[in-house]
Write a protein that binds this ligand. Structure first.
Ligand SMILES: Cc1cc2nc3c(=O)[nH]c(=O)nc-3n(C[C@H](O)[C@H](O)[C@H](O)COP(=O)(O)O)c2cc1C
Length: 222
């Protein structure tokens, strides 16, 4: 039975409160909250709804310790009750996979024969021509990180802390966790309850630095 939990923290507060946690208490994350984090995380959008993300959920201490050794010994990896190895699967352009996405759309009531045909012809072309990315890896990473961002915000809305991590050896993680060669490790995500005050907030650039109006480099005014 699925329990429909409601977050206790509103969206704006969750986004503002989210910080990268570098140390975790051993307290477990309730299963129902973890389920919401994962369920809402994968409501993230993806091109043609291809959902290239794959997540390995690591909770056994021995496996977390093994992962820590692949992550330059960062302490949060063995401390967090839940570690997620967030992967992007490059096999999303295979015909049988495209058919499974089409079937998913049919089952959800949101697929027409015409759109199914568009998918069958346009998706292989997209990955052949790569008009907006250099490699399939860049494409899968783009999407996987969106889902990770969703998970982090959902986690915070339930009072749960996270730490996204790129400090790891991809080769070691792949070998240690049986990850196929067509699957890339995009990041690690620690999930749990922070045990120490966060680092001092590092700030964010103002709009003048990161937003442009109409054309790159042009000033943006609200
Ligand atoms: C993709 C990505 C990779 C990161 N890798 C690490 C990491 O390996 N170890 C770590 O302690 N923090 C890591 N961080 C956290 C950042 O250092 C942190 O988000 C940044 O300093 C801003 O702080 P804040 O998230 O608390 O606002 C990573 C963040 C992102 C988004």
């Amino acid at each position: 039975m699925t329990i429909d939990l409601q977050p206790t923290i509103n969206l704006k507060t969750a986004i503002k409160q989210r910080r990268a946690a570098r140390s975790f208490r051993p307290d477990p994350v309730p299963e129902a909250i973890l389920e919401e984090i994962f369920r809402l995380g994968v409501r993230s959008p993806s091109g043609y709804n291809l959902q290239p993300w794959r997540f390995i959920v690591v909770r056994e201490q021995g496996n977390k310790d093994k992962l820590k050794a692949c992550a330059f010994d960062q302490r949060q990896v063995s401390e967090a009750p839940v570690m997620v190895i967030c992967c992007g699967d490059r096999r999303i352009n295979q015909a049988d996979y495209i058919e499974s996405v089409i079937q998913l759309g049919i089952d959800a009531g949101g697929m027409t024969d015409a759109y199914a045909d568009v998918m069958r012809s346009a998706i292989p072309q997209l990955f052949e021509n790569k008009p907006s990315f250099d490699s399939i890896e860049a494409w899968t990473n783009r999407h996987t990180m969106l889902a990770v961002a969703h998970m982090m915000i959902v986690a915070n809305s339930f009072g749960v802390d996270t730490c996204p991590m790129e400090g790891f050896s991809s080769e070691q993680v792949k070998e240690g966790f049986n990850i196929p060669c067509e699957v890339d490790v995009c990041c690690l995500l620690a999930i749990g309850y922070a045990s120490e005050p966060f680092k001092q907030y590092g700030g964010r650039f103002g709009f003048d630095r990161v937003f442009y109006g109409e054309s790159f480099g042009e000033s943006f005014q609200l």
